[in-house]
Ligand binder design. Structure first.
Ligand SMILES: Nc1ncnc2c1ncn2[C@@H]1O[C@H](COP(=O)(O)OP(=O)(O)OP(=O)(O)O)[C@@H](O)[C@H]1O
Length: 762
């Protein structure tokens, strides 16, 4: 990138910088003179001429303004690009959005807006420019759209160089002039705006060359392509849409969940984030050192169960979001062992990459190049880890990567390939100076051993910060007791007793307090104190107590079968899916309110968010996993797998049929299909995806093989419903999962036959 410098004598010069090594700079946004020859060209700057041209005025203006803002460098499109070189022009067109986005300041020079009073009687100059501002030619040109949207800071100046305001203070006027909503002006990711809405912003705008109308949208749609002047506007737009569709498909296949939604959901499931309870970490010296030092780019927060690590990381993500410059990237993944979409090393990388490319679309080609070759198998086959680490490393080494912050919560909940992930973090975190990491884990020796090898880490051990954690727990108790008192109308003595009891027994652990408060939330004041005394202070004892209460209730059988299913599924299931696996009392089927009430009987262990059932905390699931083998009245995991497998086949056999969505038109494009309001697949989605996994996990190898041999239930299902099942998978956008399932069944059969032959031969 070439940048201009303006010296004390009013001379300008150009310096070239490598990508990744570009100093802070200001950038000019303006409209070109009707007569191009009035603009100063690259050749003129190089030869020290052009200073008498009309176009030099705005270059001088930009240089002077940049100097006032302590920015020694600035960029102007008329003269910083050598347009005679085709390759350079093409590169510049594809880089322009990023150059505007990365500029420290963007100055809009409005040559048709004057602050001079028209009549001596005019009271304020404001009135003279407000109208001409809204009608300025600048709002009618194509390229100025990205110049308005990309930079974080845009200042508007009049013909006389007088500052009129910025894109925040003039938000309403800009909105009226452009129809662009304030959320897009404030630097939010443009991918959240529908393609038609983004197109609406350019519709009335004009460009000198017709193709530029399409080329000026490259950054706004996050794609790159070679400009081909002369191809015509229709062809240019066709190519733009092709590129855009390819990118969207790649992003859709990369995305398993949106980590932003996971974060919101986790916070809600855990009862909402209390800022006062995580603030201490932001103010801690360990955190400050990590933010500022070049030598501590990996912050590793470690502590025992329930110490509040996940909520600390949610808080850190929020604080970074607020305080970082708009151009910085923040990407995170919150691992959850209970959810197969976010509990593997590969899914962690997919989540991180997804958020990075969503925020900086110019990074998409790192993914797209491999994706174009391999298709969606790139993300799900045996070599996925190798492919993803390659993509991730090349993103981190991209010279155009903005400052980047990566957060991974709960490494201990990454159940698949954790050692590879730890090794990758340990090696990568010291390589890229512009990337900082925050990770959290429990105090597991295997994690300690691997992360200890990271060169530039900063360790924050919660047990060594016991005073800060205890103070935060005390604040948390106060907040929770305030809410309880208000909701359940506590008398002041009740309030004090509850607060005192919690403070005495919390032992520096948030989780215990959270669970007790949840238990108290459904009791009125007079009952709360009684119940409080019967709740043991250790976590496992508390869970046992809650389980005992469930076992003693009249619905114990139903509750245990719900807990058994919730503990055994590979991904949280919805209330509608649960109905397929558990015998519900008569009259309950399909009644959401009734189902929610039934699940509510297990509410010490489970919560419902957006119709999906989650454990209140991973430790609650761990507890059931530990207790089940010891307690004959609980459940046998093998039996639960068997039950889910059998009932999945039943549910699918009853639901799946030819043209289940009644589309009537073979060959309908998947992207155009809206599921019906009463979606017949809603209750069998999980079954379609996981029936075979439950079969494989439920029995000894020999029994399992019987289930896929002639006349078995699986065999009969596949014989009768195979095509309907494939149709359902395609409607669920999961055909590749179907291929994996068939592979697994095939493998099993081959291994079984080999075993049989070996036995016969021996
Ligand atoms: N800042 C906070 N705001 C609101 N609730 C909090 C906060 N910190 C902790 N909690 C409560 O404490 C519980 C435990 O916290 P969290 O899940 O963050 O612990 P953890 O250290 O990640 O546990 P684990 O290692 O078992 O996953 C949460 O479910 C939540 O109810």
């Amino acid at each position: 990138m070439r940048l201009l410098q303006y010296d004390d004598n009013g001379n300008i010069s150009l310096t070239e910088f490598d990508e990744g090594n570009i100093p802070e700079y200001a950038i000019l946004s303006h409209t070109w003179e009707q007569d191009d020859s009035k603009e100063v060209t690259y050749a003129e700057v190089m030869s020290g001429t052009g200073q008498d041209k009309e176009g030099f005025k705005k270059i001088r203006f930009c240089g002077e303004q940049a100097r006032q803002d302590s920015l020694p460098y600035f960029w102007v499109d008329t003269c910083c690009i050598n347009k005679q070189i085709k390759a350079e022009l093409s590169h510049s067109i594809n880089s322009m959005f990023r150059w505007y986005r990365n500029a420290s300041r963007c100055y809009v020079y409005l040559s048709d807006v004057s602050t001079r009073k028209r009549k001596a009687s005019d009271q304020s100059s404001e009135h003279t420019w407000a109208l001409s501002f809204r009608e300025s030619r600048w709002f009618t040109r194509g390229w100025t759209l990205q110049e308005l949207l990309a930079p974080a800071s845009v200042d508007f100046f009049s013909l006389e160089g007088k500052r009129l305001g910025n894109k925040s203070s003039l938000q309403n006027q800009i909105w009226k002039a452009t129809n662009i909503p304030p959320s897009a002006l404030q630097g939010g990711s443009l991918s959240q705006f529908h393609i038609d809405e983004r197109m609406g912003w350019i519709d009335h705008r004009q460009t000198g060359r017709e193709e530029d109308k399409a080329y000026s949208l490259l950054g706004i749609f996050g794609v790159s392509m070679v400009p081909m002047y002369g191809e015509g506007i229709a062809k240019a737009f066709d190519r733009l849409w092709d590129k855009f569709r390819q990118m969207q498909k790649c992003m859709q296949d990369l995305r398993l969940t949106d980590p932003r939604d996971d974060k919101k959901r986790i916070e809600a499931t855990k009862g909402g984030l209390v800022e006062e309870a995580y603030r201490w970490v932001i103010e801690s010296s360990d955190f400050q050192k990590w933010r500022t030092s070049q030598h501590n780019r990996l912050l590793w927060i470690k502590g025992d169960a329930g110490k509040g690590k996940t909520m600390l990381l949610c808080g850190i993500a929020d604080e970074l979001q607020k305080s970082l410059p708009k151009s910085a990237l923040l990407s995170y993944v919150f691992c959850q062992a209970t959810d197969s979409r976010i509990n593997r090393a590969t899914t962690v990388l997919r989540g991180l990459i997804y958020l990075l490319v969503d925020q900086q679309p110019s990074l998409v080609p790192h993914v797209q190049t491999s994706y174009d070759k391999a298709g969606e198998a790139l993300f799900e086959d045996a070599n996925t880890w190798v492919a993803l680490t390659k993509i991730f490393s090349s993103i981190l080494q991209d010279p155009n990567l903005n400052d980047t912050y990566l957060i991974i919560d709960a490494l201990d909940e990454c159940v698949d390939d954790l050692p590879r992930l730890l090794e990758f973090i340990s090696q990568t975190s010291s390589v890229c100076p512009r990337v900082r990491w925050v990770v959290s884990s429990r105090n597991w020796p295997e994690i300690e051993k691997m992360l200890d090898t990271a060169m530039q880490k900063q360790r924050l051990c919660l047990e060594l910060n016991a005073d800060s954690v205890s103070a935060a727990v005390a604040t948390f108790i106060q907040t929770k007791v305030d809410v309880l008192s208000r909701q359940n109308h506590y008398k002041s003595e009740t309030r004090d007793t509850v607060q005192q009891y919690l403070s005495l027994n919390a032992g520096g652990t948030f989780l215990w307090v959270a669970l007790v408060c949840q238990e108290l939330s459904r009791l009125s004041g007079w009952k709360a104190v009684q119940r409080l005394k019967s709740l043991p202070p250790e976590l496992d004892a508390l869970y046992q107590r809650m389980l005992d209460q469930i076992m003693a209730s009249e619905d114990s059988e139903l509750c245990i079968s719900i807990l058994a299913v919730a503990s055994t599924v590979y991904q949280p299931i919805t209330v509608d899916e649960l109905v397929s696996f558990v015998n519900m009392p008569n009259g309950v089927d399909g009644e959401y309110e009734a189902l929610a009430e039934i699940i509510g009987y297990c509410r010490s262990f489970l919560v419902i968010r957006e119709r999906t059932i989650f454990f209140v905390h991973q430790s609650a699931k761990d507890f059931l996993g530990k207790r089940a083998p010891q307690d004959p009245f609980l459940f046998k995991t093998q039996d639960v797998h068997d039950n889910i497998f059998t009932r999945s086949l039943q549910a699918m056999s009853q639901t799946l049929k030819r043209d289940v969505y009644n589309l009537r038109a073979p060959g309908t494009l998947l992207d155009t299909i809206e599921p019906p309001i009463l979606d017949p697949l809603a209750s069998v989605r999980y079954s379609c995806l996981y029936w075979a996994d439950h079969l494989l996990d439920c029995q000894t190898r020999e029994n399992t093989i019987k289930d896929i041999k002639d006349s078995s239930s699986a065999y009969n299902f596949l014989r009768r419903y195979f095509l309907y099942w494939l149709e359902a998978l395609s409607l669920l956008k999961s055909v590749s999962e179907g291929v994996i399932i068939i592979r697994k069944l095939e493998d099993l059969q081959v291994r079984f036959l080999c075993g049989l032959i070996a036995v016969r031969l021996s």
